[in-house]
Design a protein around this ligand. Structure first.
Ligand SMILES: C[S@@+](CC[C@H](N)C(=O)[O-])C[C@H]1O[C@@H](n2cnc3c(N)ncnc32)[C@H](O)[C@@H]1O
Length: 264
């Protein structure tokens, strides 16, 4: 019955779209507060600029269309500009924790190439099994069921061979296979200018912040992708706790799309 109604809804929606009317029916619930947005008001949604183009082109390479949505588009729009800022700093390697199919990795590597980057771009990922598990500090007001948690963990399983193949052409990307924080044990301290943390959960997010903070150059930037994401509240908790004892020069919470920037 639900499948039939869904089909009927899609058909009605297409019929209305043909006469220039956007029809949407959305359930209102604790997890869903719908609002219609006129995307034409923000020019990059209508005419692709450098960041929108980079987002789309690298998404195609990473075959990531299944997770495309307006929040992700806005998050990347901000993150890529911060990567571009950090790439202009004179000294430091670049770090990513959590690459999945390499969408953000390829986009950041493209920016680094534009800057004639001469350092190394170190990418840490378990390259197995998906996310690390939900613990107490990862619980959110969404109150995910065990089934939903398992599905999310599985959804983000990455693939070493695939990410190797799409990043090989850059020449400076080094993949570090293993679970964070154990995989940090053999990584020697060095100056870093940009750290992109996208591991969703409290434990690896906090571990990455603690591990790279001392190596971050003055003016260097950390982006935490999942900050203020309603599903992954562990990442927000990790950042807030971490910053209590390390006040950064700038802390900016990206309002639409989630994520935050920490500038040392
Ligand atoms: C949301 S995805 C990253 C998305 C990616 N940055 C992009 O742009 O599409 C999260 C990634 O973090 C990795 N990950 C999660 N927890 C980890 C941990 N404790 N150690 C290593 N990798 C982890 C997963 O394997 C997955 O590839």
């Amino acid at each position: 019955m639900t499948a039939l109604l869904r089909r009927l809804y899609k058909l009605t929606q297409s019929a209305f779209e043909r006469i220039g009317i956007y029809l949407v029916i959305s359930r209102i619930s604790r997890r869903n507060r719908p609002e219609l947005v006129n995307k034409a008001i923000w020019k990059p949604f209508v005419v692709d600029d450098r960041w929108r183009t980079l987002y789309k082109e690298t998404q195609a390479v990473a075959q990531g269309a299944s997770t495309d949505n307006i929040f992700r588009q806005c998050r990347f729009y901000s993150t890529l500009q911060m990567a571009n800022y950090a790439a202009s700093l004179p000294v430091g390697d670049v770090i990513e924790c959590g690459c999945w199919h390499g969408h953000s990795t390829i986009a950041i590597a493209t920016i680094l190439t534009d800057h004639r980057f001469s350092g190394r771009f170190h990418v840490f990922d378990s390259f197995e099994g998906g996310l690390s598990g939900f613990k107490e500090k990862d619980e959110s007001y969404f109150e995910l069921s065990e089934h939903e948690k398992r599905a999310l963990i599985k959804q983000f399983a990455s693939n070493f061979e695939f990410v190797s193949s799409v990043t090989a052409k850059f020449g400076f990307v080094e993949l570090h296979r293993g679970w964070i924080p154990q995989s940090f044990a053999s990584f020697a301290a060095r100056p870093v200018k940009f750290v992109h943390i996208d591991v969703d959960m409290y434990d690896p997010t906090k571990a990455a912040l603690e591990f790279f903070w001392d190596d971050l150059v003055s003016g260097g930037c950390i982006v935490v992708d999942d900050y203020n994401h309603a599903v992954f509240e562990g990442a927000t908790r990790a950042v807030d706790e971490f910053l209590e004892s390390r006040p950064p020069r700038i802390f900016y919470k990206v309002p639409f799309g989630g994520s935050c920037y920490i500038i040392k």
